[in-house]
Structure formats: structure tokens, C-alpha cells
Design a protein around this ligand. Structure first.
Ligand SMILES: *[C@@H]1O[C@H](CO)[C@@H](O)[C@H](O)[C@H]1NC(C)=O
Ligand SMILES: *[C@@H]1O[C@H](CO)[C@@H](O)[C@H](O)[C@H]1NC(C)=O
Length: 592
């Protein structure tokens, strides 16, 4: 009896231990997800994250398949550069070195003070998690490390990035767009450049997570995604008001991921959105362009009245010619949408501003439509919309339309002009100017400028002009600017991005000088002891622009990369082999 009882006690204890072990193992799996990657065979083609194990509530019924034809040979993008003279090379390499040193300084500070966090705070030396807490700066910088030849740092960064856990986050909402362009884009590009399989595995993991945000009845994604509700298995439905850029900028990353993994589901997800846009492009209030706000739930992309190439829409347009380039012309709707949208944008959104030196440049504003035939231009300017010069120049080359290349060049010139016109040599985040009555001739008229500062088209007499003078002084408006609504510079890349693309396309040597002027101005105003910081007011003249202790990941991921590449040999990351996503991550193009 005694013996039996004791045996039973042991059996009982044994069972408790086993159950405890199983429960804790499962909990471990649930909260920490997959085992470390080193324990897996990366070639087995399976993702081990929480997201790859999730069953969709609304599975895709007919999966769109990747095109299988041979890619076309698209027209050449880059100019054939002549052999470089020694003095030019020496000057170029000196400048490139200065950019690389700035990158090394920022990277070193991130590494020692904010490693694995999203951002370094560049004045206080702290850390900040703003994009899911998955090491945004680390992932955004991987390809820059490779491009700058920092192979030792690259290896260390890839080792660390392999351990990022995408199974959870401390944030309430996940911004699907930002996660796509920074993390998925960062991993894909670092993989395309280095061929390190661990990076493709991470790309797949992020892709699996993003794909869960598309699990809705109509397969349109949630753009501000409640990740925790998704983990709990709650049903999701797409939202009514979403931003065009946030729903329309998946194609580059998703198609590249499908091409690399052979799994068409991401291609399918991006293609469904593109098809809706294609269907409705001609039925919007400004046919050819889509409004800034669209309904994912109703799949209505043609209801609202604000249209722009700028903030909240931007990368959706950018991805049209770039996707055409990525797939070697195999998906015709992207080219069609690009050409139709640019017809409209060139006609209604681009304008020549009245400038004191009467320089012939272009800016891109917001077009508001009340009735169907009554589009009104709001003549603004944004640092963000500076990407449009590069987009039109690249697109123009790809579809062989010189008008696009010329318009792109003038848009780029508009940004260069705005940099030069400001007292610190940096253009502000947003501003307004006065459109010329005619694009062909635009004499400077000081009275008209002051009327525009007052927001009037007619004027009753001199007292009002005195008021305009007061506004000009207090807002520190350089001649030509009628308002500066946002005086910050937050380390953005779009201006140098366009200068870089136009340089590669035209070979204009003066663009290297413009780039260098932009570089010295930016580095002077933003440099801190540790790194570089966003600044609050670039209109000040009596002191240095006040800094705001913020360095978004795009400074290392984009801005410094474009500054480095414009001072590289032109075949380093050639635009004929690579296409950059909107976070400056180069993907390999399909070539015949
Ligand atoms: C080039 O682009 C312009 C503006 O979008 C358009 O009007 C023109 O028809 C295009 N040319 C060709 C040859 O497609
Ligand atoms: C400048 O603009 C004002 C106001 O529109 C106009 O009255 C004046 O004639 C213009 N001056 C010139 C030189 O065109």
C-alpha cells in the first residue's frame, strides 16, 4: 500500500511537472514567438513568427499570380558619364568622405546610446521608440552601411537585426505604411545588396505581420492597425477614411517580397489595391489624380476633393513609375496610371512661382475641386513634395517622355532655389508662393508679392502695404515667399533625392555644387555633439536654428545615403539596375 501510494505521488508530481512544462512552453511561444533564428534552417522557406501561424478569417479566394513572361528592356535611365578628370575626382571624394564621416558619427552614437531602439535622441543621448520598438534606425541603416562599405558594422548590425522580435509591440497602433517602407523595405534592400539569407527571413517575417492587417472582408488593409486585437483574433474591417499614400504604397515592397520568396500572396494584396485605383482613376473629381482621403471600406477612391502630389498622397504616385521599373514593364497598369496621373498633375498641380530673380522653376501645390470643372490651386510648397522632381525625371526616362524629364528638372530647381533663398540655406517644411499669371514670362512685381502676403488680390492703398512689410519682417519672409507655415527642417531627404536622381539622369556638374551647398548648410544647422538633430526654425538669422532633439531613422536611411551616392561613381547603385523605395532602399530591378 505504502509503495503504491508513493508511486502514485511520484506519478502525480511527474504529471504536474510535464503539464507545467507544456504550459510554459506554449506561453513562451505565444509571447516570445519563434526560437532564435540561429536554431533554424533559413533555407527551409518557412517563417516561424506568430503571424505565419495565424489562420486568415477572410482567405483570398482567387490568388493573383505573378507574371511569368520575360521582363522587357526598358529605356536607359542614367546618362553615360564621360571619364572623370583628376581634380574633379579628388574634390568629389573629399565631399563623399565628409558625408561618410557624418554617418559614422551618428551610427557610432546610435550604437553606444540607443542600440536596438527606434531612434537616438541626438542632443540628450537617450532613446525613443516611435515605430513599433523594432529598431527602426538599425533596420533603416543596414543598406547604407553596405553602400558605404562599412562591412564590419554591417555584419554586426545584421547579427543584431536577426534577433528583432516582430511578434509584439509596445505601441497601441501600428502604422502599416511606415512599417512597410522602413522595415520591410530595409530588410529587402539589405538582402538584395548582400545576399545574406537571414535578411530575407526577416523580410518575410515583417511581410507576414503586415499581411495580417489585410485580413478583412474586402482584403483592403487597416492602415493604422490594432496589432493586439489581431493577436486576440478579433475580426477586422477596413476603415472609411484612409490616406492615399498609406494605402497606395505597397507595390514595390510587396512585389519584391513575392518575387524573392515565390509566394504570390503579397503581390496579390498590392495588386487588389492597384486595380481599384486603376478602375476609378478617370472618375475622380480631378480625373487622373486620386484624392488625399479615400475609403478602403467602400473601395471608393473617387469621392473627396483635395488632390496633391504632396504629403499624404506622395509615395502613391512615386510607386507608379517605380513599380513599372521594378517589374520590367510586366504590369502595364502601373505605367498607364503613371502617365494619366502626370497629365493631370502637370496641368493643375504644378505652377511657376513669381521669384525676385525671375528664375524659371516649378513648385507643386494642392488642387481642390468644388464642382467637377472648377479645380482651384492652393499655391503651397513642401519639403516633402521635392521628391516629385526625381519621380518625373525617372518616369520620363522610363516612358520616354522628355516633357516629364523637363518638368522634373524644374521641380528640382524649385527646391534648390528655396534652399538658397533661405538665410540658413535650408528650405522650410511648408510655405506658400505666388503663382505667375503665365508660365512663359513672369516679371517680379513687389506690389503683387506684398498683396499676396496680405492674402489679397486687390489693394486699397499704401497703409496696407505697410502692414505687409510688418508681416514680412515678423515672419522673416525672403522675397518670393508669401508665407512660411512650418519653419522646421526635420532632416528630410526629398530635396537631395531629386538632385541625386537628376544628376544621374543629366550628368549636370553644377548639381554636385548644389548638393554640396545643401550638405554644408544642413550639417552646420543640425550637427550636435553626438549626431544631427531636427531644427525648429530655419528662418532665424541672429542665432543658430534651435534644435529639437530628434533624429528620425530616415536621416541615416535616406538623407545621408543620397548625399553619399551623389558623390559616388555614377555606377554605384545605378538607376538602371536598382529602384529606390520611398525610404531610399534600393531593390534590384527585373532585367531581361
Ligand atoms: C508626355 O507627357 C505630356 C504631359 O503628361 C503629355 O501631354 C504628352 O502627351 C506626353 N507625350 C507622349 C509622347 O506621350
Ligand atoms: C504690379 O502689380 C500691381 C498690382 O497688381 C499693378 O497695379 C502694377 O501695375 C504692377 N506693376 C508693374 C510694373 O507691372
Amino acid at each position: 500500500m505504502l509503495g503504491v501510494a508513493r508511486r502514485r505521488t511520484w506519478a502525480y508530481i511527474f504529471a504536474v511537472i510535464v503539464i507545467f512544462f507544456i504550459v510554459s512552453l506554449r506561453r513562451n511561444l505565444d509571447t516570445h514567438g519563434f526560437p532564435p533564428l540561429s536554431a533554424l534552417n533559413p533555407a527551409d522557406g518557412l517563417s516561424h513568427s506568430r503571424w505565419s501561424r495565424m489562420k486568415p478569417k477572410y482567405p483570398v479566394k482567387s490568388m493573383r499570380q505573378l507574371p511569368t513572361q520575360k521582363p522587357q528592356a526598358l529605356p536607359k535611365v542614367q546618362k553615360s558619364f564621360p571619364e572623370e578628370a583628376d581634380p574633379a575626382r579628388i574634390k568629389r571624394l573629399k565631399r563623399q568622405k565628409a558625408v561618410k564621416e557624418a554617418f559614422q558619427r551618428c551610427w557610432g552614437s546610435y550604437r553606444t546610446k540607443a542600440w536596438m531602439s527606434d531612434e537616438l535622441t541626438p542632443i540628450s543621448g537617450g532613446r525613443r521608440d516611435t515605430f513599433g520598438g523594432w529598431g527602426a534606425t538599425l533596420v533603416d541603416s543596414l543598406d547604407t552601411l553596405w553602400i558605404m562599405g562599412m562591412k564590419k558594422e554591417f555584419k554586426e548590425a545584421v547579427d543584431a537585426a536577426s534577433n528583432i522580435n516582430f511578434d509584439g509591440t509596445t505601441l497601441e497602433d501600428v502604422n502599416i505604411f511606415e512599417t512597410n517602407i522602413r522595415y520591410l523595405g530595409g530588410f529587402l534592400s539589405a538582402y538584395d545588396l548582400s545576399g545574406d539569407k537571414r535578411l530575407l527571413e526577416k523580410a518575410r517575417e515583417v511581410g507576414e505581420m503586415l499581411y495580417a492587417a489585410f485580413d478583412t472582408p474586402n482584403r483592403m488593409p487597416l492602415t493604422r492597425w490594432k496589432l493586439h486585437s489581431a493577436i486576440q483574433g478579433q475580426a477586422q474591417v477596413a476603415e472609411d477614411n484612409v490616406l492615399l499614400a498609406e494605402i497606395g504604397s505597397f507595390s514595390l515592397e510587396f512585389i519584391r517580397l513575392s518575387l524573392l520568396t515565390g509566394d504570390p500572396k503579397w503581390f496579390d494584396a498590392a495588386q487588389r489595391i492597384a486595380e481599384v485605383m486603376h478602375e476609378q482613376q478617370a472618375s475622380t473629381r480631378l480625373p487622373g489624380m486620386w484624392p488625399v482621403v479615400v475609403s478602403a471600406r467602400q473601395q471608393a477612391f473617387n469621392k473627396h476633393s483635395e488632390h496633391t502630389l504632396g504629403a499624404m498622397a506622395d509615395s502613391m504616385y512615386e510607386y507608379l513609375p517605380k513599380t513599372h521599373a521594378l517589374v520590367g514593364g510586366l504590369l502595364p497598369i502601373y505605367r498607364e496610371m503613371y502617365e494619366a496621373s502626370m497629365d493631370t498633375a502637370i496641368k493643375y498641380a504644378l505652377y511657376r512661382p513669381m521669384l525676385p530673380d525671375e528664375k524659371d522653376v516649378l513648385l507643386s501645390g494642392m488642387v481642390v475641386t468644388q464642382g467637377k470643372d472648377d479645380p482651384k490651386l492652393q499655391p503651397e510648397g513642401q519639403h516633402l513634395v521635392c521628391f516629385a522632381g526625381g519621380m518625373l525625371a525617372l518616369g520620363g526616362r522610363l516612358v520616354e517622355n522628355q516633357t516629364h524629364v523637363d518638368k522634373g528638372e524644374k521641380l528640382m530647381e524649385g527646391c534648390v532655389w528655396a534652399y538658397k533663398a533661405m538665410p540658413n540655406g535650408i528650405m522650410p517644411e511648408t510655405f506658400s508662393m505666388l503663382p505667375c499669371a503665365s508660365p512663359d514670362e513672369c516679371p517680379w512685381n513687389e506690389t503683387m508679392w506684398k498683396q499676396a502676403v496680405l492674402g489679397r488680390t486687390s489693394m486699397d492703398g499704401d497703409p496696407e502695404l505697410t502692414l505687409a512689410d510688418k508681416i514680412i519682417t515678423s515672419k522673416r519672409l525672403p522675397k518670393g515667399f508669401t508665407d512660411i507655415r512650418d519653419t522646421r527642417y526635420i532632416l528630410r531627404p526629398e530635396a537631395i533625392e531629386s538632385v541625386f536622381i537628376l544628376y544621374r539622369i543629366t550628368g549636370r556638374a553644377d548639381l554636385l555644387e548644389s548638393a554640396w551647398d545643401m550638405w554644408t548648410a544642413i550639417d552646420d544647422a543640425t550637427r550636435t555633439e553626438l549626431a544631427n538633430s531636427a531644427v525648429n526654425d530655419i528662418t532665424v538669422t541672429d542665432e543658430k536654428p534651435p534644435q529639437s532633439d530628434s533624429m528620425e531613422s530616415f536621416w541615416l536611411g535616406e538623407t545621408l545615403k543620397y548625399f553619399y551616392l551623389i558623390f559616388s561613381e555614377p555606377d554605384h547603385i545605378s538607376l538602371d539596375e536598382y529602384v529606390f523605395n520611398t525610404e531610399a532602399h534600393p531593390f534590384k530591378r527585373l532585367l531581361p
